[in-house]
Design a protein around this ligand. Sequence first.
Ligand code: SF4
Length: 346
Amino acid sequence: MITRSPADLQRARQREAIPLAVTPDWQSQLARALRDPQALCKRLKLDPAWLPGAEAGHRLFEVRVPEAFLARMRPGDPHDPLLRQVLPLSEEARPMPGYVADPLEEAAHTPARGLIHKYAGRALLIASPACAVNCRYCFRRHFPYAENSPSRAQWERTLDHLRDDASIHEAILSGGDPLAASDRQLAWLVERLGAIPHLKRLRIHTRLPVVIPDRIDPALIDWLAATRLQKVVVLHVNHANEIDAAVIDACERLKRAGATLLNQSVLLRGVNDDIAALAELSERLFEAGVLPYYLHVLDPVAGAAHFDVSDREARELVAGLREGLPGFLVPKLVREIPGEASKTPL
Ligand code: SF4
């Protein structure tokens, strides 16, 4: 029989008193996100003819879709507007003139690791290199995240850039998806941002409350509600079917933490390129307490040309929206042009 000394017993009691670190549910969902084109086709009951294209696109930009988002897609329908956003296609491998790896020329506006400073008054921090979902049209699908993922010490130098520039009033957390970072990291970063006297606002660009609504959990609400900065959360929703009861609940939790909620969409061929779909999206967003903010035309990123909608058609769609909706439900139609001082209205 093994006997234990009083010191051993005390250490054992202390270990029992310390709860094991529990992985938050959203992180488990993130870890279980589907990452295999074959599994995606099988899960959505697609004809096997879609598989070679899915595998070809996956080799260029990997598939990633969490279950909570998959559950909103219609099995057996390859044209489902949510599936279209995440299903790799062989077209992605076809080079197209004008479609490039860095369509917004962000590399030219990176004064410190993890920082993009191209517009007056605000600076963008790459708070996480990861996303919960890989959107096929993403303008950062070729972004060199490995070169822009600062360590804590590097973050301090990046923050120095904000501390030293009193003209910056707004810090934008972006990524990847900034909410893919842990709450410990985000609480640390937001606390430091809050200590910069000339910063007024914290803006968070995220798709996580949409694709994994459980991400908006008490730990996140704690740091978000605690900051003195005014909070704006800009969601990314492209189709009304993305907004279910769980997303509406997540939006409600963000609002209770003091956040103003806006949405930006991308106009995408085969996803939301008709007036009825865009109008339903605006209505549904407003029901969730979110204002439609921007409708972006596609950034010409290599691999995404098949999503393009012409400027003429985009203008007609928004004119049609204006006829049927109150002005506050009509998003601004914009394009981002490298070197311009702001987004350009169309
Ligand atoms: S969530 Fe945003 S950053 Fe991530 S892949 Fe989609 S569009 Fe790109």
